[in-house]
Design a protein around this ligand. Structure first.
Ligand code: TTP
Ligand code: MG
Length: 407
């Protein structure tokens, strides 16, 4: 049976939120970004402002030149996150199979959900009406047999529209569109096809598999299928790691609880950063200790509320450490902390600090440990391998791989 996939995306999201709470801004060229005389870029522009050639990512100064009469707003990220949560909460009424694509977009698998929201077009009409009534926002939707075609269709439906691509017409729908209309088709692919005179998805779809494989290797065949609108990727199917953990082996076994906690803090920050970057929370925190005789113990704590903050991970880890040490105070050879039982955050919190900042805080945490306990007091995955001499390497355990499981 063909699937029924819906992709929904709010129109001019940041600007639309501003217009919803300040109706006098409706129908005007409005641009959300930073200081128009500063060095920032446009986050988004109202459709009225887009007519002047303003788009997301454009330098604000250029936007000011193109649309001098536009209204420039600094934006209020906390408010956008709040509205985004409400948007996702509305969608959750229509199917359990939802995958958030960011603050203002989501994929819904509506296959077999007729008893909940009616046919896919009926469900689309109903959710768009609720989004308008409750949030004052316009949403566009695409309905198709795959997430790929649904996404392209919602783009085509903008602003404030719905487009359904009927089963069997996917390839014909995509054929006249430029290559870049296909999600994830990058500039490098475009550049390799240009010399062959290929600029539309129809031309790409017409290439034989052998030609596609010659051009793009293993990926070629999939690219050809995508150009024909074939994309079996399920909705809400999480291919990411089921747990995130860090562990490290001490150069000399450690009994000092302060030292153990300091290391745990660094690992908690690193695990927390990965978790939040993935837009996920964890229900379970696990701690692992290995003693000098290589015996290994671990304990887990499952919490009523899923967590994602460094502090919460660290606190749970500390509690587990104390529990383990009540029974056995022998020095530790290895310590590790991990989170599992991961759930999606309804909203990908893109307001988290940039990755550089997180990396900095992790390095800072290890610097603290090393300043206090010695440079080579702790070796973890990459660092161990990069920094250690051959001799030293033999004393180190397996690294801190993202996917290394803790039980
Ligand atoms: P989009 O859905 O890409 O754009 P949009 O909602 O503003 O407009 P439309 O969907 O109608 O084309 O992005 C959602 C929000 O994400 C957008 O309102 C602002 C933010 N954003 C940025 O901050 N920078 C960017 O480069 C982009 C593309 C979006
Ligand atoms: Mg949008």
């Amino acid at each position: 049976m063909a699937r029924s996939i819906l992709h929904i995306d709010l129109d001019a999201f940041f600007v639309a939120v501003e217009q919803a709470r300040r109706p006098e801004l409706r129908g005007l060229p409005v641009i959300v970004g930073g200081d128009p005389d500063g060095r920032g870029v446009v986050a988004t522009a109202s459709y009225e402002a887009r007519r002047f050639g303003v788009y997301s990512g454009l330098a604000l100064r250029t936007a000011r030149r193109l649309a001098p009469d536009a209204i420039f707003l600094r934006g209020d990220f906390a408010e956008y996150v709040r509205v985004s949560k409400q948007f996702h909460a509305i969608l959750a009424n229509y199917t359990p199979l939802i995958e958030s694509g960011g603050l203002d977009e989501a994929y819904l698998d509506l296959t077999g959900c007729e008893s909940i929201g009616g046919t896919a077009p009926e469900a689309a009409a109903s959710m768009r009406a609720r989004i308008r009534a409750e949030l004052g926002l316009a949403a566009s939707a695409g309905i198709a047999t795959s997430r790929l075609v649904a996404k392209v269709a919602s783009d085509k439906a903008k602003p404030d529209g719905v487009l359904q691509v009927a089963e069997g017409t996917e390839a014909a729908f995509l054929a006249p569109l430029p290559l870049r209309a296909l999600p994830m088709l990058g500039q490098s692919t475009e550049k390799r096809l240009a010399p062959l005179g290929i600029s539309t998805l129809g031309q790409l779809a017409a290439l034989a598999d052998s030609a596609l494989e010659g051009l793009f290797g293993n990926h070629g065949r999939v690219l050809g299928q995508r150009a024909r609108g074939i994309d079996p990727t399920p909705i809400g199917h999480d291919v990411r790691a089921k747990s995130i953990s860090r562990e490290g082996t001490f150069a000399a076994d450690v009994a000092d609880p302060e030292h153990l906690r300091a290391v745990l803090r660094g690992f908690s920050e690193s695990v927390g950063a990965d978790l939040r970057r993935d837009g996920r929370r964890a229900r379970t925190v696990s701690l692992k200790l290995r003693y000098d005789d290589f015996s290994t113990v671990s304990r887990s704590l499952t919490l009523p509320q899923p967590l994602s903050s460094n502090e919460a991970i660290f606190e749970a880890g500390t509690a587990l450490l104390e529990k383990l040490r009540e029974r056995d105070k022998r020095p530790a050879r290895l310590i590790g902390i991990g989170v599992s039982n991961l759930v999606a955050d309804a909203v990908q919190l893109s307001l988290e600090p940039a990755p550089e900042r997180k990396q900095e805080s992790l390095s800072a945490a290890f610097d603290r440990v090393r300043r206090k306990y010695g440079t080579r007091s702790l070796q973890t995955g990459r660092t161990a391998f990069d920094a250690a001499t051959q001799d030293e390497r033999s004393v180190f355990e397996k690294g801190t791989g993202l996917s290394s499981q803790m039980k």
